[in-house]
Design a binder for this molecule. Structure first.
Ligand SMILES: Nc1ncnc2c1ncn2[C@@H]1O[C@H](COP(=O)(O)OP(=O)(O)OP(=O)(O)O)[C@@H](O)[C@H]1O
Ligand SMILES: [Mg+2]
Length: 333
């Protein structure tokens, strides 16, 4: 779906090519992307992780032809991002959602905003109408159609941005920290929608995030370090190796961290637990093992008490026998 081969990107004049989503502009020369090679497959959900300044946003903009590689090749569905004639098709195929929902609003109503991209594709008017209606209902913004976007919550604005992309029938959605400015409700609204589009409609997702609980939802996780893809693993593989996670300047999902604390305290729990179902079964198994150990321990204690009673009884019998023998001996005398 999206392939990068030995891609290098250098910001020559600091900010000249910046797409205006708040990227750094320090006027310094740097190989922001430095030989990145990877593929995002059709229908795949990839999370792009890495410390600040590692090159994630630059990679995202290269995927969408917002930036063109200094060297190397970026292919979107086989189209070279450097070829001008396919530029709009590339932008249609892979849509981008940025961090700040307010920077993406173009319409005066939600409906106008959703319509903006698809209206510029040369799609027939009745088809445009049908697409706007279906995407507004799919993304749950139909009831907001007439509202001015500035009145919406952050989560609603991001869903409107996604609806605008969906109306263009994309095959990939790239989200650059698109949930980082949202409250927990807004975050789960947007993530729920993104997951549904990925699992239900088979749209590939590239999710750039600093939130490891979000990363755990992905099929694969790419760790970006100094402009390179340093690791490409499943979330379970990555978060089973907490040493590597920490060296890359990352943390682990909250559950994984909790299990690590419990393991350090001597509880026999698996590594790399990343979701709640898995955590529940591991904890239930631990509780069952503890209960059966308690029963066994009780059995041992009971046995010991019985044994001691027997010994005591034997001792008493012996003493009694000795006493009786003495009495008998005295009687005989
Ligand atoms: N417009 C620009 N001009 C010059 N250098 C830039 C520009 N934008 C980014 N850079 C530099 O390129 C490198 C990669 O930046 P990028 O924004 O891609 O990182 P990031 O991984 O997205 O970071 P963050 O997690 O903070 O969003 C950094 O060293 C950054 O300073
Ligand atoms: Mg960034």
């Amino acid at each position: 779906m999206i392939k990068m081969r030995e891609v290098v990107y250098r910001y020559e004049y600091g900010g000249e090519q910046d797409a205006g989503d708040g990227g750094l502009d320090r006027g310094e020369r740097a190989n922001a992307v430095d030989g990145a090679t990877f593929e995002v497959r059709s229908g795949e959900f990839v999370a792009l992780l890495g410390r600040n300044g590692s090159g994630k946003s630059t990679v995202a903009k290269l995927m969408n032809a917002l930036l063109l590689p200094t060297s190397g090749v970026v292919l979107v569905k086989g189209m070279d991002t450097c070829a001008e004639e396919t530029l709009w098709e590339i932008r249609r195929v892979s849509g981008m959602v940025f961090q700040n929902p307010d920077n993406q609003i173009v319409g005066t109503t939600v409906e106008e905003d959703v319509a903006f991209g698809v209206e510029n594709l040369g799609v027939p008017p009745d088809e445009i109408r049908a697409r706007i209606d279906s995407t507004m209902s799919e993304t749950g913004v139909m009831e907001l159609a007439e509202r001015p976007p500035y009145q919406l919550s952050g989560g609603q604005k991001q869903r409107v941005a996604i609806a605008g992309i969906l109306a263009m029938r994309p095959e990939c959605i790239i989200l650059d920290e698109a949930t980082s400015m949202l409250d927990p409700d807004g975050r789960s609204e947007v993530l729920g929608l993104v997951r549904a589009l990925n699992k239900g409609a088979g749209i590939a997702v590239v999710l750039i995030t600093h939130n490891m609980d979000e990363a755990a939802l992905a099929d694969r996780v790419f760790v970006v370090e100094e402009g390179k893809i340093a690791m490409a693993r499943t979330p379970r593989e990555l978060f089973s190796d907490l040493g590597a996670v920490r060296r890359a300047g990352l943390s682990a999902p909250q559950l994984t961290e909790l299990f690590e604390i419990l393991r350090a305290r001597g509880h026999d729990l698996p590594r790399g637990v990343i979701d709640a179902d898995e955590a529940c079964s591991a904890l239930a198994a631990l509780a069952r093992r503890a209960a059966s150990q308690r029963v066994a321990a009780q059995g041992v204690a009971q046995g010991a008490v019985q044994g001691a009673a027997q010994v005591a009884a034997q001792g008493a019998a012996q003493v009694a026998a000795q006493g009786a023998a003495q009495v008998a001996a005295q009687g005989a005398r």
